[in-house]
Design a protein around this ligand. Structure first.
Ligand code: GLU
Length: 415
C-alpha cells in the first residue's frame, strides 16, 4: 500500500485527535477543509532573457483565531497538497502555543539552488504581487520557510509596500532587523526546539551531559539547534544534509562544521569526522534525534534503523504516520513539530506585534517571553498526554484543534 499524501496524513492525525474531542460534525468538516487556496502562474525573466513560468500557491487554512500565519517555501517538490498540509499544521501550531493567528502557507515550485539571486528576486516580487490579493498585516502574514530567508522577506515587504505606496513592515515576519525584523528571530525555531528538548529530558529523567545528539538537515533550524545543544554540553555526534552525513562519536565542533559547509557547500569531507550516508547515520545509536529538513524524511524504508530515545521535530511532519507507529512501538518519545518547532512562529508573532506598535523590544525580553510560552505549551501538551494516555503528537493536536474549534463555535456561522 502506498504511503498517504502529506495532507492525508495530517487529516488522519486530525481524525485520531477527534476520537478524543468528538467535535460537532459541522466544526469537524470545517477543520478538514482549507478555507481558501490561491494558485498563481508566475512569468519570470531569467538571466539569459528567456521567460520561465513557475507555479505558486498560498493556502489560508482558517482564520478563526486571527489572521493567517505561515511561511513561504521554494522547492521543486512544492505542491497544493503539501502547502495545504503545512497550512493546516500552522493552524494547530499557532493554537498550541496560543498566539492569535490562524494557519496559512505558501510555496513556489522551483529549484532555488539553480537560480541566480536576481532571478530569485524577480520570482519573489512577482509571487508577492500575485498573492497580494490575500496577504496583509491584518489578513495573512508570510514568513521564511525552506529555501527562503531574510532577503526573501525584504523583497516581499518592499513589493507589498510599493503596491500600497507606504512602508508596511507588518506584512511579513523574519525580515532583516533594519526594516522592522525582530531580534532573535533567526535562531528562534531552534531555541524553542532546545527548550522543548530540555523539558522532555527532565520528564524522562535524562541529563544533557554526554547526551548524544544526531541532527538531520543543516539549514537554519538544524544548524542553530546543533550549535545551541553543543554549547549546552551535549555531544552532537552526527549531522546530515541532502548530500550526505558526517559522524564523530566524540562529538563535532558545530561552528567548525558550519564554516566547512559554508566554504565547500557540503558537510562531506569535514575532519575530524567520518563521511557516511544519511541512512547509515540513522542506524547509529543516539539519545536525541532532530529531523530538521523536509516532511517524510523518516519513512517505512528507513525507520527500522533508528535507535534513539527522543525525537524532536525541527521540520514539519518529518515522520510519516506509518513510521510514527513503528517508533511508538519502540517507545521513542516524539516531540511533534507543532510544539517542537513553534519557536519560529512565536517570535514571528513578537515581530508582528512590534511592527504594529512601532516599538521594539530587546533580545533578552524576546528570549524570556519565548521560553515562557514554549515551556507552558510543553507542560499543557504533556499533561494531556499523561491524563488521556496518548502520545505527544495526538496530545498536541488535541490541544491545538480544541482551541480552534472553540473559536469557531463561539464566533458562530455567518450569515
Ligand atoms: N516556517 C515556519 C514554520 O513552519 C515559521 C512560520 C512563521 O513564522 O510564520 O513554523
Amino acid at each position: 500500500m502506498p504511503e498517504m499524501s502529506f495532507f492525508q496524513e495530517v487529516l488522519a492525525n486530525l481524525d485520531e485527535a477527534n476520537k478524543h474531542l468528538n467535535l460537532l460534525p459541522a466544526v469537524y468538516e470545517r477543520l478538514r477543509n482549507p478555507r481558501r487556496a490561491l494558485i498563481v502562474s508566475l512569468p519570470v525573466k531569467m538571466d539569459d532573457g528567456r521567460v520561465e513560468f513557475f507555479k505558486g500557491y498560498r493556502v489560508q487554512y482558517d482564520f478563526a483565531r486571527g489572521p493567517g500565519k505561515g511561511g513561504v517555501r521554494y522547492h521543486p517538490k512544492v505542491s497544493l497538497d503539501e502547502v495545504t498540509a503545512l497550512a493546516a499544521l500552522m493552524n494547530w501550531k499557532c493554537a498550541v502555543v496560543d498566539i492569535p493567528f490562524g494557519g496559512a502557507k505558501g510555496g513556489v515550485e522551483c529549484d532555488p539552488t539553480r537560480m541566480s539571486k536576481s532571478e530569485l528576486e524577480r520570482l519573489t516580487r512577482r509571487y508577492t504581487y500575485e498573492i497580494g490579493l490575500l496577504i496583509g498585516p491584518e489578513s495573512d502574514i508570510p514568513a521564511p520557510d525552506v529555501y527562503t530567508d531574510e532577503q526573501t522577506m525584504a523583497w516581499m515587504m518592499d513589493t507589498y509596500s510599493m503596491m500600497k505606496g507606504y512602508a508596511v513592515p507588518g506584512v511579513v515576519t523574519g525580515k532583516p532587523v533594519s526594516i522592522g525584523g525582530s531580534l532573535g528571530r533567526n535562531k528562534a525555531t531552534s531555541a524553542g526546539l532546545v527548550t522543548v528538548v530540555v523539558e522532555a529530558l527532565k520528564h524522562l529523567d535524562m541529563g544533557l551531559d554526554d547526551l548524544r545528539v544526531t541532527v538531520l538537515g543543516f539549514g537554519k533550524v538544524g544548524y542553530h539547534a546543533a550549535r545551541i545543544l553543543h554549547e549546552m554540553g551535549a555531544k552532537v555526534i552526527g549531522v546530515a544534509d541532502s548530500k550526505g552525513a558526517i559522524y564523530n562519536p566524540r562529538g563535532l565542533d558545530i561552528d567548525a562544521v558550519h564554516r566547512h559547509k559554508t566554504e565547500t557547500g557540503a558537510l562531506k569531507g569535514f575532519k575530524p569526522a567520518e563521511d557516511m550516508t544519511v541512512d547509515d547515520l540513522l542506524g547509529i545509536e543516539s539519545d536525541v534525534l532532530v529531523p530538521a529538513a523536509l516532511e517524510g524524511q523518516i519513512h517505512r524504508a528507513n525507520v527500522e534503523r533508528i535507535r534513539t530515545r527522543v525525537i524532536a521535530e525541527g521540520a514539519n511532519n518529518p515522520i510519516t504516520n506509518e513510521a510514527d507507529r513503528v517508533l511508538m512501538d519502540k517507545n521513542v518519545f516524539i516531540l511533534p513539530g507543532v510544539l517542537a518547532n513553534a519557536g519560529g512562529v512565536v517570535v514571528s508573532y513578537f515581530e508582528w506585534v512590534q511592527d504594529l506598535q512601532r516599538f521594539f523590544w530587546n533580545e533578552a525580553e524576546i528570549n524570556q517571553r519565548l521560553t515562557a510560552i514554549i515551556k507552558k505549551a510543553f507542560g499543557e501538551v504533556l499533561n494531556i498526554s499523561l491524563e488521556k494516555k496518548m502520545d505527544m503528537r495526538t496530545a498536541a493536536t488535541v490541544l491545538g484543534v480544541q482551541r480552534v474549534a472553540e473559536a469557531i463555535m463561539i464566533r458562530g456561522l455567518y450569515p
